[in-house]
Design a protein around this ligand. Structure first.
Ligand code: CP
Ligand code: NVA
Length: 335
């Protein structure tokens, strides 16, 4: 036996990300051309899913969810499997992500095992922090501030219905929440027109609004803010609403139930929109609160088209970020 001491093997280096910073934390991470390419790829994968069966072959995705989910979880899981990848779902509903160890330690573990991370978190800082720390792509599956996958699927659905998004107007009525922020930013990126009616004190985050106005300067988007829901829906092509109380705000439910009833989407409100106007909701819906049964179950409602498109659009997002077709960096597009 040799008395020579065994040399310690070189410490393995973290994998080098060939496409650093390819995350989707905010709609602000996307340029207009990237959203257009994303919609193009979404349409292709929707029309011919069989052509994309191996796009994520050999890739494993980890999903950490601090909040409940039906649509986002299943559309990601079905989408990843449909692209030939594999997925682990980690239920974080009983313990925030950073309760056991630091976000940095989690990031530097997980990046060694998987090709991408999908996060649904309370704090936006958690998903933004993971994107900064992990050297694999990170996708925001809903945070306190944004729900980018939702808004991209929604505008893809509007594109299917109406074609040119520069020629349509969407009215969002209700709470100035994560979904509204992502819709606002997406309309800005796409050069579309959006009207937003919220009660006083429930408007958009000022930074998101300022960023949307900045983007709109280049794209020609029109953003109008108001408090009157009837004024907002006048003549529009699409009326969108969401829960009056988002996850994490349950303690405010009673207070909000006093403020929001004038923002209910019902026959009277819908009557002010264009005759061809569609009704949209990210779901889950609180029937006969923010929307009546008569509207959500009407022929004008496209809520299940939106839900279906979550999967097609997320497949395209995954291919662009983790595997697939595009090699365009998606970060800092507006820098
Ligand atoms: N719209 C949406 O994100 O639904 P889930 O909360 O069920 O994922
Ligand atoms: N604004 C809602 C969206 C749910 C998909 C929430 O955050 O609870």
């Amino acid at each position: 036996m040799s008395s020579q001491t065994l040399a310690a093997p070189a410490r393995p280096q973290p994998p080098i990300n060939p496409h650093p910073g390819r995350d989707l934390v905010s709609i602000r991470d996307l340029s207009p051309i990237e959203v257009e390419s994303l919609f193009h790829l979404s349409a292709l994968v929707k029309a011919r899913p069989q052509d994309f069966r191996t796009a994520l072959a050999g890739k494993h995705i980890a999903m950490f969810f601090e909040k409940p989910s039906l649509r986002t979880r299943l559309t990601f899981e079905a989408g990843i499997c449909g692209l030939g990848g594999s997925v682990s779902f980690i239920d974080q509903r009983h313990e925030r992500l950073e309760a056991r160890e630091t976000l940095s330690d989690i990031a530097h573990n997980v990046e060694r095992w998987v090709s991408g991370i999908v996060l649904r978190t309370f704090a936006h800082e958690t998903v933004a922090g993971m994107a900064e720390l992990a050297c694999v792509p990170v996708i925001n599956a809903l945070s306190e501030v944004e729900h980018p996958c939702q808004a991209l699927a929604d505008y893809f659905t509007l594109h299917e219905k109406f074609g040119n998004l520069r020629k349509i107007c969407l009215a969002y009525v209700g709470d100035g929440n994560n979904v509204m922020h992502s819709l606002l930013l997406t309309s800005a990126v796409l050069g579309s027109k959006i009207r937003i009616a919220t009660p006083k004190g429930y408007g958009p985050n000022p930074q998101i609004l300022a960023d949307a106005h900045d983007i709109a300067k280049n794209t020609g988007a029109i953003i109008e803010l108001m408090t009157d829901p009837h004024q907002a829906v006048r003549g529009v092509d699409a009326v969108y609403t969401d829960a009056w109380t988002s996850m994490g705000h349950e303690h405010e439910t009673e207070e909000r139930a006093k403020t929001f009833p004038p923002y209910q989407v019902n026959d009277k409100l819908m009557a002010g929109a264009a005759p061809h106007a569609v009704f949209m909701h990210c779901l889950p819906a609180h029937r006969n609160e923010e929307v009546t049964d008569a509207i959500i179950d009407s022929v004008r409602s496209i809520v299940f088209d939106q839900a279906e498109n979550r999967m097609h659009v997320q497949k395209a997002i995954l291919m662009m970020l983790v595997g697939g077709k595009s090699r365009q960096p998606l970060r800092s597009a507006h820098a």
